[in-house]
Design a protein around this ligand. Structure first.
Ligand code: SF4
Length: 421
């Protein structure tokens, strides 16, 4: 087959991003032309300001561009302005979002300093209040947002869906000649809850550039279906996230599969990966996963990429896995500092390969790469810089020597020239 006949007309690229109305969340733009924003949420008791400041700081340093905190009672609301102030003293200006349920209208009214310190209010229309109080309390929060000039996220969640709306749609469905499945009606109820609430917020006077929508469910196929539909029916900025994604690899795979497909279709302006941390686990993992999802899909660059071969029967030592791991964690650990010191360093590509089969080829494509000796190969490791072989490392210090070469390369390529005396 010749190249012309086999060449696909389609670029290896996502579909164009859906056009949404941009919303500024404390200076971080979500939607319109802004890159997809990474956000996360704390799991500390917000009333415990020490723990919350520490966790927000860790999430922000890991790269979370917006951080949500629970505001569930008076003590939490009272702590918010102090948390904001203490973060700023640490040099952390990440916008804080307040997550309100049931009594948000009251907490915002009773704690004006909290209302002021937050950069956005999250409202769940399914549990803002019941019966006649529902719309009234929703409107009260929206009025607060207008008064303090803050955006809101109308965050519908499958687990706390507005039951009156769901019941009405289920009843209507029963009267159809060919009723839809209960699951399809539930998806429609989620979408309608978001759209009707957005319409009510706009009628109350909140402009569209102050409203972000989300419609989270826990199943991958449902999430894809809901967001495809939602994005076709509105130009509000969209927050993507799979709710109750779960622990460990299951949570990572489910979130990546669902959000990866939507992002590929141009849907989504900000993402959160909701991982259940293992006991004592690191909360910043969800930020790392969100960044890596956006990075591997080519949307954004956060940390240098380390390409490592998976290893096989040709490598009987673990040297190359250890080296790849050491380089990756070294790069991630240094990124907060390097982002300032070495502008553009996140575009770096490093290759760590296990043997001569693909090692030299892959290493040549990287900015800096090493091909370690496989089983039975001469114990020498050629190093390639910008496609050219520059050194051959030998002996027990191969790994350490390569790490020094990576650090030198970064300094040479990304370091700012020293100002002349
Ligand atoms: S580069 Fe070598 S060690 Fe690595 S997977 Fe390929 S053949 Fe195996």
């Amino acid at each position: 087959m010749n190249i012309e006949a086999s060449h696909s007309e389609r670029d290896a690229a996502p579909l164009p991003r859906r056009r949404t109305v941009g919303v500024s969340v404390g200076g971080v733009m979500v939607g319109a032309d802004a890159p997809v924003v990474v956000q996360s949420m704390t799991n500390t008791d917000t009333a415990d300001a020490d723990s919350t400041v520490a966790q927000v700081a860790a999430l922000a340093r890991a790269g979370s561009e917006i951080v949500r905190i629970t505001v569930d009672r008076d003590e939490s609301a009272a702590a918010v302005p102090h948390i904001r102030e203490r973060l700023e003293r640490l040099g952390i200006f990440v916008p804080l979002v307040g997550d309100f349920h049931y009594i948000g209208h009251k907490l915002l009214a009773d704690h004006p300093a909290c209302a002021e310190a937050l950069a956005k209010y999250r409202i769940n229309p399914g549990n803002v209040g019941f019966k006649d109080k529902k719309d009234r309390q929703f409107v009260q929060i929206v009025e607060m947002a207008i008064r303090y000039d803050k955006p809101v996220r109308i965050g519908v969640n499958w687990g706390s869906l507005d039951q009156e709306l769901l019941t009405r749609l289920m009843d209507e469905n029963q009267r159809l000649p060919r009723p839809l499945s209960a699951r399809a009606v539930t998806r429609e109820a989620i979408i309608q809850s978001a759209l009707l609430s957005a319409a009510l917020a706009e009628e109350t006077g909140l402009s569209r550039d102050k409203i972000i929508l989300s419609a989270k469910v826990s199943q991958v196929q449902d999430l894809i279906a809901v967001y495809r539909d939602l994005s076709a029916r509105t130009d509000h900025a969209l927050h993507l996230g799979l709710t109750e994604a779960g622990m460990g690899t299951k949570g990572i795979v489910a979130s990546s599969a669902a959000m990866g497909i939507l992002l590929q279709e141009g849907i989504g302006d900000t993402i959160r990966v909701s991982l259940t941390p293992e006991p004592g686990g690191d909360r910043t993992r969800e930020v790392q996963v969100a960044q890596e999802l956006l990075q591997v899909m080519g949307f954004r660059q956060f940390v240098p990429v380390v390409a490592a071969c998976p290893g096989c029967g040709r490598t009987t030592s673990t040297v190359f896995q250890e080296l790849a791991e050491a380089i990756q964690s070294d790069l991630r650990k240094n990124m907060p500092l390097w982002r300032e010191k070495y502008p553009g360093v996140e575009a770096l590509n490093v290759a760590v390969m296990g043997c001569i089969v693909n090692g030299p080829g892959e290493s040549k494509h990287a900015d800096i790469g090493i091909s370690l000796p496989g089983t039975g190969e001469t114990p020498a490791a050629p190093v390639f810089v910008d496609g050219k072989k520059v050194a051959t490392l030998r002996g027990p210090s191969i790994a350490a020597d390569f790490q020094v070469m990576v650090a030198d390369y970064i300094e040479r390529r990304f370091g700012r020239p020293q100002a002349a005396e």
